[in-house]
Design a protein around this ligand. Structure first.
Ligand code: FMN
Length: 336
């Protein structure tokens, strides 16, 4: 008998725990259908930005262009052409309606912004367009030395509470790892109304071009090396945070998916891997997960989920500072 791969995320029953996260791959119906054919159990649409809603169509187009041009690796590959992008809020709502009409799997819409304002009404409009859940991506980069960490955190919480009050579908909040106390913030986000967390936003770092002496937006796709940060925090948060947990950043292979499930993730999300290798990468990861469960005699994803979280681990210190010195001391210098 084959293993039961089902998982529950934001109150939605999913066939398995591998979901494409927001990216240009989830920005048009054609690639959404390819992702469903490849086996995706749900999709997170690419984001509608606060800036897109608040500014005119022209500015939205520039933003979409920036999105496309800042991403060299997939040009001519899996990156849809600019014509395929949503250029404004109306188009975005149409994408939700089209996706709901043509796909069987749950569709999670994504709102991306930082301030409380009129743009938040789009949460309700997304719900009315048929979205099964909403993901709020708070991509905040505080640069003012007068702004305290507490104020930044409160802004997140106010935003979550305001959005949650206006919708009745489940809400996930996608955040970065830069909080002084991640467990405290995670708990407060759930208390403020989030039904789940998406760990972690990947912050795109600008670079300086030494030939042109210009600051360049520099979007590099991830590798599996980036999995370690969300892996640790998933393991620590499992059991402490009451909402669902999805993990994004560094999920490329079946092994990455398996590690995150063992740490306690309900869902694992892929973007870079799909942009680099196409939707077939999701099929491969799914097959890899299925056979790993069988070889290791697990009956279900539910059975394995969280079995190596910090609370369940025979070596809980491995996730904490205690492991730090040991790791440094046991590092073997590479032979010259
Ligand atoms: C080209 C590109 C566009 C993205 N656009 C969005 C977006 O619109 N909204 C969002 O929340 N995340 C967006 N992301 C972030 C991804 O959803 C994902 O969280 C991040 O890339 C880390 O996962 P990965 O390691 O699988 O790439 C984008 C990522 C890439 C590479």
């Amino acid at each position: 008998m084959s293993a039961d791969l089902t998982t529950r995320y934001l109150g939605l029953d999913l066939a398995h725990p591998i979901v494409p996260s927001a990216s240009p791959m989830t920005g048009n119906l054609d690639s959404l259908q390819r992702l469903e054919e490849a086996g995706a159990s749900a999709v997170v649409l690419w984001s509608l930005f606060e800036e897109q809603i608040e500014h005119d169509e022209q500015q939205a187009l520039a933003l979409a262009e920036l999105h496309a041009e800042s991403f060299g690796e997939a040009v001519g590959g899996y990156f849809p052409t600019l014509d395929d992008y949503n250029t404004g809020p109306g188009e975005y709502l149409k994408l939700i309606r089209d996706a709901k009409e043509h796909l069987e799997i749950p569709v999670i819409a994504s709102l991306n912004g930082t301030s409380i304002g009129g743009w938040l009404r789009y949460g309700k409009l997304m719900e009315e367009a048929g979205a099964d859940a909403l993901e709020l991506n708070v991509y905040m980069i505080p640069t003012d030395p007068d702004t305290t960490g507490g104020e930044v955190e409160q802004q997140y919480l106010d935003l979550v509470a305001a959005l949650k009050a206006s919708i009745s579908i489940p809400l996930a909040v996608k955040v970065g790892p830069f909080f002084s106390s991640i467990p405290n913030m995670a708990t407060r986000l759930i208390d403020a109304g989030a039904d789940g967390l998406v760990l972690f936003n990947r912050f795109y770092q600008p670079d300086i071009d030494l030939d042109e002496l210009e600051v360049k937006p520099n979007l590099r796709l991830s590798t599996s090396d980036e999995l370690r940060l969300p892996l640790r925090w998933t393991a620590i948060l499992k059991g402490q945070v009451l909402g669902s947990m999805a993990v994004t950043s560094g999920v490329h292979t079946a092994e990455d998916v398996i590690k995150l499930l063992l740490a306690g993730a309900d869902v694992t999300m892929m973007a870079s891997a799909l942009l680099r290798h196409g939707p077939e990468r999701l099929t491969e990861a799914l097959e890899g997960l299925r056979s790993w469960l069988e070889v290791n005699e697990y009956e279900s994803v539910r059975q394995m989920k969280g079995s190596m979280s910090q609370a369940s681990s025979p070596d809980p210190e491995a996730f904490e500072r205690g492991n730090y010195m040991k790791t440094l001391v046991t590092f073997a210098r590479p032979m010259r």
